[in-house]
Design a protein around this ligand. Structure first.
Ligand SMILES: Cc1ncc(COP(=O)(O)O)c(C=O)c1O
Length: 387
């Protein structure tokens, strides 16, 4: 039966933008000097990974299709990167799949491992896109308020996750360090996640996008824990730590059967990630360690400036501050506060994009502009807040 002009029922739960329609025009305004609503960076990648370093002469066929799994140069570089970052783990090359960013990784992971109607435990506050990624395969994200409470020693991760499990639960999403709170799961909390997953036969979807952006001790890779083994599928990205968000390169690894399903899904979804950018990504992974150390230092400084200026605790990792702004809300509520910030020259993300329990929170990206500009942006916010 012809169904034009209706669209797939799944798309009815999705919009083409992450924020509400009214915020879309606000954040698209061109005259705003400090666009801190988006988790990107002002830094250019390490020279070896910049587009200027690519050439047809050096890489004949660079514009052709890449192998579905990824170009050999990048698969080799990923193997070396995994061995450096997580020496305790052994990941077979066969179990790695290059993807169009971690968004692509999460999308094909959900498509390959979830069935419509299944539920995914989604610790909140969360990365704004993940909810739509889960919805886009007809599965249901179940918000579990958690990632703002990890510092509370009385907070019981196992109890809150357990309470959210239903017969339809199929997976737990874990993002540590977290967008937006920057929080890192400690050993006990990770063990609690693993127990819930084992008890209910769940997949664990580990989102490691911020694995290299930490401002204290290097957090151990959760996915390499023995209690995560066999059920954990892991997404990584060049977007954040290597300043290559526009390149759209990430990768997934996990148990062999899952990876075969994921590779099949990638074949019919995107086929391959962009070959030129895979070459740049390989260069970033192989030549970017020193650059990354410097980047971490610059971000740590920006993080301290922003947190201190706003009178809140600096996070352990990530690229954001996430804070309760209730005390600064007027009669016009959050929309008015965001407009006042924008009129003062700073765009921020409403907390509602990270979960229904955060209508009065704001998210600020401290990596979007250099630290000296963060100083001015925070001064402008303070004048709006009256602090
Ligand atoms: C937690 C998290 N996961 C995944 C992504 C997407 O990364 P990519 O640019 O590699 O698609 C982001 C981007 O902001 C993120 O914050």
């Amino acid at each position: 039966m012809p169904r034009h002009p209706s669209t797939s029922p799944i798309t009815r739960s999705l919009t083409a933008y992450v924020f509400s329609a009214s915020r879309k025009s606000a954040v698209q305004a061109t005259d705003v000097p400090y666009k801190l609503h988006i988790g990107d960076t002002w830094l250019e990648p390490v020279a070896a990974a910049q587009v200027d370093a690519l050439s047809c002469a050096q890489t004949p066929g660079i514009h052709r299709y890449a192998p579905v799994q990824g170009v050999p140069e990048l698969l080799d570089a990923i193997g070396r990167k995994l061995a450096r970052r997580t020496p305790s783990a052994v990941v077979e090359r066969e179990d790695i799949q290059v993807t169009p960013g971690c968004t692509g990784a999460m999308a094909i992971m959900c498509r390959a491992l979830l069935a419509p109607g299944e539920e995914v435990l989604l610790p909140s506050p969360y990365w704004p896109l993940i909810k739509g990624v889960i919805n886009s395969v007809g599965a249901a994200p179940v918000e579990v308020p958690m990632m703002h409470r990890l510092a509370d020693p009385t907070f019981d991760v196992e109890a809150v996750l357990e309470a959210a499990v239903t017969p339809r639960t199929s997976a737990i999403y874990v993002n540590s360090p977290c967008n937006p709170t920057g929080a890192v799961l400690n050993d006990k909390q990770a063990a609690a996640v693993a127990r819930v997953a084992a008890r209910h036969h769940l997949w664990i979807f580990c989102d490691e996008v911020y694995e290299d952006l930490y401002y204290g001790a290097e957090p151990p890779s959760l996915w390499a824990r023995p209690d995560f083994a066999g059920r954990t599928v892991v997404g990584h990205s060049l977007s954040k730590a290597y300043a290559m968000a526009g390149a759209r390169v990430g990768w997934v690894h996990g148990p062999r059967d899952a990876m075969q399903a994921i590779r099949a899904m990638q074949t019919f979804h995107a086929y391959c990630a962009a070959r030129p950018m895979q070459m740049s990504a390989a260069a970033a992974l192989d030549h970017g360690d020193e650059w990354l150390d410097g980047c971490r230092g610059v971000y740590a400084e920006a993080c301290q400036i922003a947190a201190h200026g706003l009178g809140i605790d600096a996070p352990d990792g990530g690229t954001f501050l996430f804070f309760d702004a209730e005390q600064w809300l007027g009669e016009g509520g959050m929309a008015e506060l965001l407009d006042r910030c924008r009129d003062a020259g700073v765009t921020l993300t409403p907390g509602s994009a990270s979960g229904r329990d955060f209508p009065n929170h704001l998210r600020l990206s401290f990596t979007a502009v250099p630290p000296e500009q963060i100083v001015d942006a925070v001064a402008r916010l303070r004048s709006v807040f009256g602090t």
